[in-house]
Design a protein around this ligand. Structure first.
Ligand SMILES: C[S@@+](CC[C@H](N)C(=O)[O-])C[C@H]1O[C@@H](n2cnc3c(N)ncnc32)[C@H](O)[C@@H]1O
Length: 265
């Protein structure tokens, strides 16, 4: 398959490996995953970044393979896994050229596909790694979220330079209206940061959230159809519920299941 991995995205993560977190956060994420039934024996975390979610899965007892194309992110992840006392298999690879003889009970790809040149093709590619009866859990930025306004401002005034965008982003988040938008739809992921403001006080998180080199946006209806078109049963998304849950969040999680029974059970 042609690679839709982007060099300038890789360069961004070499300079700003994401996310910046501490041990407390791995515990919060591990419990968030358990509550949502996101557990399995064999898991591959594609675009694992600095390893927060891979470590949380491993703490919950899974065998985890973690893949990313950024060396800096993987080094950070390996160090954190060591600190947290878990064992993870790390691989450096572009998801579009990743070769594996195995299939997995859970393929997890959090906040990655929208940073490639073709999220739909990335989805097709990673869906091929799911075992029969296995789960495919992804998250993607939401096309309809009002939070995009903040990103448009940063991209517009900061132009193509990440350092300039950082300056603009710090200004944008200090505007009075930003407080409401940030609190309302800025971050749908769990974590111990008491607010989005605290979260983006760390440079790596600010760059990822607001100053990114490349981002695409997808509606919940579009993504749910991707699952069906690849032969999956769409199971759930979170936040879930009313129409506002499809419109407001900046990031939406999706879970689907490949029909059949797991070969590992
Ligand atoms: C927003 S970060 C998400 C990190 C992690 N999944 C998390 O949620 O904490 C996106 C990650 O995807 C990786 N990535 C982007 N495109 C990729 C590709 N084509 N192949 C492998 N990794 C990729 C980046 O290096 C980065 O670490």
């Amino acid at each position: 398959m042609r690679s839709y991995g982007l060099k300038f995205v890789k360069d961004q993560y070499e300079k700003y490996p994401y996310p910046s977190y501490d041990r407390r956060e791995t515990i919060v994420i591990a419990s968030w995953l358990k509550q949502r039934g996101l557990q399995a024996n064999r898991i591959i975390d594609i675009g694992c970044g600095t390893g927060l979610w891979s470590i949380a899965f491993a703490m919950n007892g899974s065998h985890v393979t973690a893949v990313d194309f950024s060396s800096a992110s993987l080094s950070h992840a390996a160090k954190m896994a060591d600190e947290c006392g878990v064992s993870i298999t790390f691989r450096r690879a572009d998801l579009f050229s990743l070769e594996t003889s195995e299939t997995y009970d859970l393929v997890f790809c959090n906040g990655v596909l929208h940073h490639t040149a073709n999220a739909r093709n990335g989805f097709r590619r990673i869906s091929g790694f799911v075992d029969r009866g296995g789960l495919l859990a992804i998250s993607l930025y939401n096309r309809l979220s009002p939070f995009r306004l903040a990103k448009f401002l940063v991209q517009g005034f900061g132009r193509g330079n990440i350092e300039a965008r950082k300056l603009v982003a710090r200004t944008v988040v200090s505007l009075p209206l930003s407080t409401e938008i940030l609190a309302f739809s800025g971050r749908s992921q769990p974590g111990p940061s008491s607010s989005v403001r605290e979260y983006i006080s760390r440079d790596e998180n600010l760059v990822d959230l607001l100053c990114h080199a490349h981002t695409s946006y997808h509606s919940v209806w579009e993504v749910e159809k991707w699952y069906v078109d690849e032969g999956f049963q769409f199971i759930k998304r979170f936040p879930s519920g009313s129409i506002s849950a499809a419109i407001l969040p900046n990031l939406v999680f999706y879970v689907g299941k490949r029909p059949g029974s797991l070969t590992s059970s």
